[in-house]
Design a protein around this ligand. Structure first.
Ligand code: WTA
Length: 639
């Protein structure tokens, strides 16, 4: 974004969806309580978060809710002692949740496993004991390089239980990406699988670990634990590699849960996002636990009968927070699916929803648009009426996809929670609640206890309708504590660009009603003749056209305008490209966004380059277009 300031007001979405009376009646937190929470959080945000913390069990109460003596190194609940696993598992064993399903897992070939809280507790204890017997101690790092298996969640919880720090690496990453993360964290143990199923194929995962451990800085690793999954041949290196099953066989089903300081690290998670360079984000036991539990309960309105399905991989923050920790903290049932969402065909998701009676589905815009492209006949083949809540995260959800998801999956009845947050924030930050009035394409407002603003480069709030930088103006409990081994980098990257506030790196605008609209990453904004335009807005406008399934927009240099937009478009099933269509799309953008937005050209592509987490990698398209270096490609998904 240039110094002239803000983004222009462009997007003109006017549709509004009100909650059904039934939703309001049934909501755990009714509209009066929501108003009360906002009032309390505004007057005394620490009191609001303290109340949330009191819903969980602590070994020792905190001395202060927040220590802000040394910003930006905020410390939540200092003096407090806890362990997130005590709250996610141990305490449920003493309640009615003991024999309730904690986890439903389905493998891609159709096999299925289920764990009650009691069974999961025993499995976690066994592996925790095993880690201890391997010499893993409080503060040590354990790398988890796994497909989505029950053992993935078990390994994370077992690590946390003994006070060690898990470092999950998405199972689809390369040996190079894995070794970088192992070297950065100096992990002692790697937990992995022989292989896994993906899109009908068996992927050999252990071989990638072997390759990664060849690199010199990875000699910190003394044990590799291998879970049997896909029956692939693996080379077991003697004195280093051990089968999971052999390791846990002789372990007792109970072992002590380590008492942690609230501010002790729980996990590191490396994020490179769409921009390159991996940073080790550090999250803690206390604040993170409070943040994810509260947001889960409030946003998804958790009921005792829920089956909660967040489609993220456990290797991403969404998986950490809303597949593993938050559902268990809330005592609900979490569902995991190992495989490809379209395998063996485009109805896999709906078949899973129908067979297990999934009540809440939390997924990504990428997947929603992909499923939309296959059409509504697939969800119609299944009884998905058990659904009562929908959610989205990870990218801007364009209004057309929002409306499709709401209508065809949510029967026009289920609240659709478009939640904005980041690896760094740990927990949802901007999101509607079930009783909120929804605007498709907007992430609604900051949650109670969260303060966000749209500002210019100097940190001054911009007027409603104007675009600017999305910043968080107050610390929040789920916040990252620092960057691993790089506290200076932490301060610089997030807190010093605009003094005193956390800079998210996103651009957004706020409308007259205080609703936030995310326009994209700040480094992807396009400047056309002095007008800053978010990629998300042009993409949303293109998606209004029936022929467009998905679009990515990048800026390309232009002699007169400085920059103009170029669109890469994936067509809907059965649509054909042609000059007419290009003309229609250009006209569509002009009509939706105004004449300042010059769409110079349109290219039709089979698919868009994405990160392994499913985010569109616009920088790759742009680099291709300009013939320059695209930067780090290890995050690119080759599927
Ligand atoms: C983007 C994922 C628009 C945003 C939890 C953010 C979104 C980045 C939304 C973080 C949303 C996330 N609408 N954009 N609802 N949610 N983003 O670290 O650019 O993988 O900064 O965390 O995703 O991605 P990350």
């Amino acid at each position: 974004m240039d110094d002239t300031g803000a983004l222009d007001v462009l997007l003109n979405e006017v549709r509004v969806f009100r909650p059904l009376p039934q939703t309001i009646i049934e909501a755990n937190v009714n509209p009066q309580e929501v108003t009360g929470a906002y009032r309390l959080a505004q007057e005394d945000p620490l009191a609001y978060w303290e109340e949330a913390a009191l819903e969980l069990e602590w070994f020792r109460k905190w001395d202060r809710v927040l220590d802000s003596d040394n910003p930006p190194f905020y410390r939540w609940f200092p003096g407090g002692q806890c362990n997130i696993v005590h709250n996610a598992l141990d305490r449920h064993i003493r309640t009615v949740n003991r024999n309730k399903l904690a986890l439903i897992w389905e493998g891609e070939p159709g096999d299925s496993r289920k764990f009650t809280y009691f069974e999961l507790y025993r499995a976690v204890n066994r592996f925790a004991g095993a880690l201890r017997s391997l010499g893993v101690r409080k503060g040590d790092r354990v790398a988890v390089f796994m497909p989505l298996l029950p053992e993935t969640l078990i390994a994370m919880l077992a690590t946390a239980k003994i006070g060690a720090v898990h470092v999950c690496v998405f199972g689809g990453f390369s040996a190079k990406a894995l070794s970088e993360r192992i070297c950065d964290s100096q992990a002692r143990v790697v937990v992995t699988a022989d292989g896994f199923y993906r899109n009908g194929k068996v992927i050999n995962q252990k071989a990638i670990v072997d390759e990664a451990l060849n690199s010199a800085c990875a000699d910190c690793v003394d044990t590799v634990v291998v879970v049997h999954r896909a029956g692939v041949d693996v080379d077991m290196v003697s004195a280093r590699d051990i089968w999971y099953e052999d390791l846990v066989r002789s372990e007792a089903p109970e072992t002590r849960t380590e008492v942690m300081e609230a501010t002790d690290p729980l996990f590191l998670l490396h994020t490179s996002g769409t921009s390159g360079r991996a940073k080790g984000i550090v999250h803690t036991h206390g604040g993170y636990m409070v943040g994810v539990a509260r947001t889960m309960n409030w946003i998804f309105d958790i009921k005792p009968t829920d089956i909660f399905w967040c489609t993220a991989d456990a290797g991403w923050i969404t998986g950490h927070s809303y597949v593993v920790y938050a559902p268990l903290l809330c005592g609900t049932t979490t569902l995991m699916y190992e495989g490809h969402p379209l395998y063996p065909q485009a109805d896999r998701l709906w078949s899973i929803v129908a067979r297990y009676g999934v009540t809440a589905l939390y997924t990504t815009p990428t997947l929603i648009r992909m499923l939309m492209r296959y059409g509504s006949q697939f969800p119609r083949q299944h009884d998905i009426s058990s659904l009562r809540m929908l959610g989205s995260v990870g990218e801007p959800l364009n209004p057309e996809a929002w409306v499709w998801f709401h209508r065809h999956i949510g029967r026009g009845e289920c609240p659709l929670m478009d939640t904005w947050w980041q690896t760094e924030t740990g927990m949802c930050m901007l999101s509607p609640l079930p009783v909120s009035v929804l605007k498709p394409g907007s992430v609604n407002k900051p949650l109670p206890g969260v303060e966000a603003e749209v500002v210019d480069r100097q940190g001054q709030p911009v007027p409603p309708g104007k675009g600017g930088f999305l910043v968080l103006t107050k610390p929040w409990p789920g916040m990252l504590q620092t960057l691993w081994n790089d506290p200076k980098g932490y301060a610089q990257a997030y807190w010093e660009k605009i003094p005193g506030v956390y800079v998210t790196g996103d651009v957004a605008r706020k409308d007259e009603d205080g609703y936030f609209w995310i326009q994209g990453r700040a480094d992807e904004v396009i400047n056309i003749a002095g007008h800053n335009i978010g990629t998300a807005e042009i993409e949303s406008a293109l998606c209004v056209h029936k022929a467009v399934a998905e679009a990515a927009v990048v800026g390309v240099p232009d002699k007169i305008k400085g920059e103009v937009a170029k669109a890469f478009v994936v067509l809907s099933e059965g649509r054909e490209l042609g000059e007419d269509l290009v003309r229609e799309l250009k006209a569509m953008v002009r009509r939706e966004l105004g004449p300042v937005v010059v769409l110079k050209s349109v290219a039709f592509v089979e698919s868009l380059p994405r990160t392994k987490a499913g985010k569109i990698l616009r920088r790759v398209l742009r680099a291709q277009e300009l013939g320059v270096d695209p930067g780090d490609l290890s995050v690119l998904d080759e599927e």
